[in-house]
Design a protein around this ligand. Structure first.
Ligand code: 2RA
Length: 329
């Protein structure tokens, strides 16, 4: 497979290259792509060096699949050009996610929706992916009425500049600010910009994308997304109201048998998910599973995942793997 990685020099792009190598993805030719200022830079993949090329050069090379993590504006401009050249694009930005003509895919949930006609495929937002992977089997079993989610999001979701800000604050030096406020010893209740309704774009991604991926607009979702000074991954406190009652042990068993989900839930041994231990892994970890005693048919959970892996790079590559296995590329 001729594979283009668009945004190859960025944080997610670098993880995509790492995951492609780890999973021994069938790459016959790698095309690292980035903005003009990075053209000519060298990246290493499986011990071999590759020169970064620009966007038009990459389009002309007619990759089979292009894995995009280059921001919404770049994707809006260039994904159609790659697609017109016959390349199937899997995009990590929010540009295409809510486009009714584009599929929004978490392979374990809805990869079967994909067809060969899908030339631009949207990868959901990281905080959405980890939540819906846990919610999907429970929705099927108990029918979800409402979700309340509070997120505790890693600064890696913002990018390299945010990580550098935290390191500068640790060191007590002044540098470029990714956020309006200090992040060290702080929690910032704003991820991305605000919308008219007072929610942030990050919160509305959780609201809108959950309904699309689960194919059910009746599900009520509300979210509060918070940035916290950690690097390992995103954590989420999720409260779910079902139409039907449930048994907590049955919930644990359903999740234990769900692909891509690992249950870590034992109060006697202080076993529960934590981002420090999720970092570098592709599973979504769930624990603190307990009935919400304040309301019938309602469950509380704690969900953690590495936002750069299952939340972005790995999910993208799993979509590509599905396309190949299903002979859609
Ligand atoms: C964030 N999910 O964490 C967004 C974008 N990666 O900032």
């Amino acid at each position: 497979m001729r594979i283009a990685v668009v945004g190859a020099t960025g944080m997610v792009g670098e993880v995509m290259l790492k995951v492609l190598a780890e999973r021994n993805f069938p790459v016959t030719e790698l095309i690292p792509v980035a903005s003009e200022r990075s053209v000519g830079k060298e990246i290493e993949y499986k011990g071999k060096k590759y020169k970064v090329v620009g966007m038009q050069t990459a389009v002309d090379m007619k990759a089979d699949i292009a894995l995009f993590s280059a921001g919404g504006d770049t994707s809006l401009e260039w994904a159609p050009k790659f697609a017109a050249a016959g390349t199937t694009v899997i995009d990590n930005s929010s540009a295409w996610r809510m486009d009714p003509t584009k599929k929004l895919i978490v392979p374990e949930i809805n990869a079967t929706e994909l067809t060969a006609a899908d030339k631009i495929i949207a990868n959901p937002n990281c905080s959405t992916i980890q939540m819906v992977l846990v919610l999907a089997p429970l929705h099927k079993k108990y029918n979800i009425k409402r979700v309340i989610v509070s997120t505790y999001q890693s600064i890696t979701g913002t990018g390299v500049k945010a990580v550098q800000q935290l390191e500068n604050e640790y060191a007590g030096v002044q540098g470029d600010m990714a956020y309006k406020y200090p992040i060290h010893r702080n929690a910032i209740p704003q991820c991305d910009s605000f919308e008219e309704n007072g929610y942030t774009k990050e919160e509305m991604k959780l609201v809108r994308e959950t309904k699309k991926i689960l194919s059910d607009n009746t599900i009520a979702v509300t979210a509060t997304a918070v940035r916290v000074p950690i690097v390992g991954g995103h954590s989420e406190a999720v409260n779910v109201e079902f139409s039907n009652d449930f048994d907590v042990n049955e919930v644990r068993n359903i999740l234990h048998h769900t692909d891509g989900v690992v249950v870590q839930d034992n109060n006697d041994t202080y076993t529960y998910p934590m981002p420090m231990y999720a970092q570098g892994k592709d599973d979504v970890f769930v624990g603190r599973i307990r009935r919400d005693e304040s309301q019938e048919n309602t469950l509380n959970m704690w969900i953690v995942a590495d936002n750069l892996r299952k939340g972005a790079a790995t999910n993208t590559i799993q979509i590509a793997e599905y396309l190949i296995a299903a002979k859609l590329v």
